[in-house]
Design a protein around this ligand. Structure first.
Ligand SMILES: NC(=O)c1ccc[n+]([C@@H]2O[C@H](COP(=O)([O-])OP(=O)(O)OC[C@H]3O[C@@H](n4cnc5c(N)ncnc54)[C@H](O)[C@@H]3O)[C@@H](O)[C@H]2O)c1
Length: 286
């Protein structure tokens, strides 16, 4: 019997948006499990991407850093070509680039009927087009090689039906939908495509959730596990989906939220109380 394994020894992975936050944690986790990495980000000149690369090298893996805006096809194709030419066949893709920029209007601040078209396009493209372009470029090579592969897309609990109608929420819902569609279309090529849907995680994007102890406490109260996620929590699920341990899973969007989306607990009246009372008085005990 073959034992399930989280090893990705000798495989090549691309991670977008890798300079910090979840992308950095995911890259380091994949390297720790044996992968060589092409790590990429739209911001590559502040030293953060290089610092992630150093950690990967310290784990004994090969790594290249590539500056690329994942909303631009030419830059994405260049990223995928360099990763393939310099490291070898790319069998793992993690579409992590995205989020809400600090200078962007918070989705809650602007009602749908007043969102400027360019703001909508920027946010939607950053969260969906990034995923679409990277999938397209990597899947082309996976199909040609006949070697298959595993793709993990960063969606969000924002994609779930109770999410709102902002470009971020709709972009993430599109990521979730693209995931199941591609899994359906490319399963015959042994290409698995899954998404993960995190809730509040301790990264720059969600700084307003954890920066103030008082606000953090309010969020924690909404989460049955009593804490927000750390980037390493997210990295663990991505590693599972990238590895052969999840070899029969495709087309899924897996919520990782500490129980946040579970129906909130509520008090149920004890409808059996009158019966119990009667049985205690005159009937046999349980
Ligand atoms: N933090 C959360 O609570 C949370 C929850 C659900 C989903 N997510 C998703 O997880 C992913 C990672 O977010 P994070 O929390 O680590 O945020 P983050 O802001 O720390 O990291 C996002 C990274 O993506 C990069 N990036 C953004 N647009 C890009 C583009 N067009 N091309 C290339 N790189 C780009 C940024 O420069 C940054 O390094 C995002 O897709 C985000 O939407 C985050």
């Amino acid at each position: 019997m073959k034992m399930p394994s989280l090893s990705v020894e000798g495989r090549v992975a691309i991670v977008t948006g890798a300079r910090r936050g979840m992308g950095a944690a995911i890259s380091i986790a994949l390297a720790g499990a044996g992968a060589d990495l092409a790590i990429s980000d739209i911001v590559a000149d502040g030293g953060e991407l290089e610092a992630v690369a150093e950690k990967i090298e310290a784990l004994g893996r090969r790594v290249i850093t590539i500056k690329a805006d994942a909303t631009r096809k030419r830059e994405v194709d260049h990223l995928v070509k360099r990763a393939s030419d310099e490291l070898g066949f790319v069998s793992i893709l993690v579409n992590n680039a995205g989020g809400i920029k600090p200078d962007e209007n918070k989705p809650a601040d602007v009602p749908f009927h007043e969102i400027p078209e360019e703001d909508w396009d920027r946010s939607y493209d950053n969260n969906f087009k990034t995923c679409f372009l990277c999938c397209q470029s990597v899947i082309k090579r996976m199909v040609e090689s006949k070697k298959g592969g595993s793709i993990v897309n960063l969606s969000s609990v924002a994609a779930e039906p109770r999410g709102r109608g902002t470009a971020y929420h709709i972009g993430k819902a599109a990521v979730t939908r693209l995931t199941s569609g591609l899994a359906h279309d490319y399963g015959k090529f042994q290409i698995r495509v899954n998404a993960i849907e995190p809730a509040f995680t301790r990264t720059e994007m969600a700084r307003n959730v954890w920066e103030s102890a008082e606000v953090l406490k309010q969020y924690q109260a909404l989460i049955p596990l009593g804490r927000i996620a750390e980037p390493e929590d997210i990295a663990g699920l991505v590693l599972f989906l990238a590895s052969d341990a999840s070899g029969f899973i495709t087309g899924q969007s897996i919520v990782i939220d500490g129980g946040f989306l579970l129906p909130h607990s509520y008090e149920v009246p004890d409808l059996l109380a009158p019966i119990k009372k009667h049985r205690t008085l005159s009937g046999p005990k349980d």
